[in-house]
Design a protein around this ligand. Structure first.
Ligand SMILES: Cc1cc2nc3c(=O)[nH]c(=O)nc-3n(C[C@H](O)[C@H](O)[C@H](O)COP(=O)(O)O)c2cc1C
Length: 329
């Protein structure tokens, strides 16, 4: 798929996830084959008012390219100004959040609230498209609730406003993240517009990736939760679509090595104090489903240093080895 003039390499992009898709995680996902990565959502108002935290979220490093930066808000002029600031980072696209269900965003007219106001949504897209030279993409849901499924109507307006691609998360705002994903609405959007459509929702592995493509006819995939503690999911999906073969799941040693690399980057970019606190949720995801995961939970919750993390990784590996030995004997 092409994003503007940029030819994407790979089948799936990393979804924007507040509190998760920071610089460290984006770098790791690019290393593991994400076609592009998206920043956490950033307040357009915060950016234009010079808020330091919003500025920090917008930092894009060389090793995480191609990257897109997502902004949220509900005022066309402010969004356009923020889009200009985003363009200065060298990112390949600016993404507009039209799907966030959180009251702090949707409650102020941004995010998913824009699904209820397609005219304002297209005014925002139009203002951003006119403000920047890079592609502007929009990330929408299927609708606000089951009685107002309007992704097709909105996508058509956004295409007219000059958007370069639309990501459709096949759920309503009311559903939040609950099943099922509405694949039919993604297909309808794909059939209604000519710009690329990116399918999003519950893609976690080769099977679900294939299913999303087949059911919707979408041009590209976007993965959120499926990459948590499993950034190699991108490489597995790419490899499958290139060769038809399924790569084996990484062994425990590899998983722990990726976790340590990821958390080292986190500490490098955010400092040890913040990095190690944020490391706790990532460590939980990397260890999830592994033998003895529950017994490591308390320890993960108290992680404070890289040494503790390394010792934890060693014990996770030992625990897995013990399991295999027992299995053989
Ligand atoms: C922790 C978390 C944070 C999220 N933050 C954002 C965000 O900042 N912007 C956005 O457009 N969507 C956000 N989302 C939604 C995801 O981008 C994605 O649309 C959703 O999780 C469905 O995809 P998945 O099933 O692959 O996770 C977030 C989701 C999660 C779980």
């Amino acid at each position: 798929m092409k994003l503007g003039n940029y030819e994407l390499n790979g089948s799936a992009a990393l979804a924007p996830m507040a509190g998760v898709t920071d610089r460290a995680f984006r770098e790791i996902c690019i290393e593991y084959g994400a076609s592009y990565v998206t920043s956490e959502m950033i307040s357009a108002k915060g950016l234009t008012m010079g808020d330091r935290k919003s500025g920090f979220l917008m930092t894009i490093g060389e090793k995480e390219m191609p990257a897109s930066v997502q902004i949220f808000g509900c005022e066309p002029q402010t969004m356009a100004e923020a889009a200009k600031m985003v363009e200065q980072t060298g990112c390949i696209a600016v993404d507009i959040n039209m799907g966030c269900p959180a009251p702090k965003v949707a409650g102020h007219g941004g995010g998913a609230a824009l699904m209820k106001n397609p005219d304002l949504a297209s005014e925002i897209a139009d203002a951003c498209v006119n403000a920047v030279d890079i592609p502007v993409t929009c990330k929408i849901r299927s609708g606000w609730d089951d009685d107002s499924i309007n992704a097709v109507e909105l996508a058509k307006k956004l295409e007219q406003a000059g958007a370069s691609a639309i990501t459709v998360h096949g759920r309503t705002r009311k559903q939040m993240y609950a099943p099922p994903v509405n694949y039919g609405i993604i297909r309808k959007v794909k059939e209604a517009i000519s710009i690329p459509v990116i399918g999003n929702g519950d893609v976690t592995d080769i099977r679900s990736a294939e299913f999303m493509l087949k059911e919707t006819g979408c041009d590209h995939l976007m993965i959120g939760r499926g990459a948590l503690g499993a950034p190699w999911v991108f490489a597995h999906i790419n490899n499958y679509f290139r060769t038809g073969e399924s790569a084996p799941e990484p062994c425990v040693e590899e998983r722990m090595a990726v976790m340590i690399k990821h958390i080292s980057l986190l500490c490098e970019y955010k400092g040890d104090y913040v990095g190690m606190r944020e490391a706790r949720k990532h460590a939980g995801w990397y260890i999830k489903g592994m033998r003895g995961a529950a017994s490591f939970r308390r320890e993960i919750g108290e992680l404070e240093t890289m040494d503790q993390l390394k010792r934890l990784a060693e014990r996770v590996i030992e625990s897995a080895e013990e399991y295999y030995r027992e299995g053989i004997e």
